[in-house]
Design a protein around this ligand. Structure first.
Ligand code: SAM
Length: 286
């Protein structure tokens, strides 16, 4: 039997592919908790990232009747489409999720994103979603617990950092529940957790220059033991930090998200910014 014919045979379960971060959920209790957390309502446009073998897809379809999924692994496309027939209407987009334009997908109505994400791509997927936050109602993602802890942390926490500030500036981030490795096949080496993210209404975000805001946050946490005055020396003077209402001798881990926004906006308004050297400019927060 050829690879493709074999993958189309009834009941065939392809081997999990490590490079695609495949850890398939099998714990029915956890799956029910995810569906309950998403709580689809009539008219919702649900989009699942990385449906895999349908562990969340089919129960969501049973509940909601229709769903769009984005899956990169070609071996999973046919079994998914076939398996979905008994559950509802499934639209399968066979693409790398990072190339999917969520705003275009939401041209008729905003979308609700769901996914047990490939952990190796979680930061790029989160930031890709943020680029389309205006088209997204909410997101429910399974991620490494350690990442969820950092996403949801507040000032003063040891794990409050760049990821916390960058995400919380654009979304409300709510850690929902933890998931042990045994809920997956094969089990990952780490604990997992489910997080809900609700993008703020555009008027509430209030960041005047997104690139500058990202730069301020990046440099502030680049050396988290340094005072803001020192950590931000490539961007501005201590006097500017003070004029924006922050203490130059404070450390980034003590600063509220709203104060980072205030600082970046003050720098934007007062054109008090040194040129970006380009160092680390393209990387994601982690
Ligand atoms: N949702 C399934 C479950 O809970 O059992 C599978 C989750 S598994 C952790 C991650 C899924 O994302 C896999 O199906 C994998 O093939 C898919 N995936 C990996 N990289 C992807 C990408 N760049 N774009 C879309 N899907 C991707």
């Amino acid at each position: 039997m050829t690879g493709t014919a074999k993958s189309h045979a009834k009941g065939f379960k392809p081997e999990a592919k490590k490079h695609l971060g495949q850890h398939f959920l099998h714990d029915q209790g956890i799956i029910a908790m995810i569906v309950h957390a998403v709580d689809p309502k009539p008219g919702d446009r649900l989009v699942e990232i990385g449906p895999g073998q349908g562990a969340i897809t089919f129960p969501l379809l049973d509940r909601h009747g229709e769903l769009t999924v984005i899956e990169f692994d070609r071996d999973l496309i046919f079994p998914l489409s076939e398996g979905a027939r008994a559950h509802g209407t499934l639209e399968v987009i066979h693409r790398d999720v990072l190339t999917v334009d969520f705003s275009a997908l939401a041209n008729e109505s905003p979308i609700r994103l769901v996914g047990n994400l490939p952990y190796n791509l979680s930061s790029p997927i989160l930031f890709h979603a943020l680029d389309h936050a205006g088209s997204i109602v909410d997101m429910h993602f399974m991620l490494q617990k350690e990442v969820v802890d950092r996403m949801a942390a507040g000032p003063g926490s040891k794990v409050y950092g760049r990821l916390s500030v960058m995400l919380q500036a654009y979304c409300q981030v709510i850690a929902l529940f933890d998931v042990p490795p045994g809920a997956f096949r094969p089990p990952p080496k780490v604990d997992s957790a489910v997080v809900r993210m609700i993008p703020h209404p555009p008027g509430k975000i209030g960041i005047d220059d997104r690139a500058l805001f990202a730069r301020v946050v990046r440099d502030a946490f680049g050396q988290r033991r340094k005072t803001l005055r020192n950590a931000l020396s490539r961007i501005c003077e201590g006097a500017a930090i003070e004029a924006a209402g922050l203490r130059p001798d404070a450390r980034a881990e003590q600063i509220e998200v709203a104060d980072f926004v205030a600082l970046a906006n003050w720098l934007t308004a007062n054109a008090q910014v040194e040129a970006d050297t380009g160092e680390d400019a393209a990387d994601n927060a982690d």
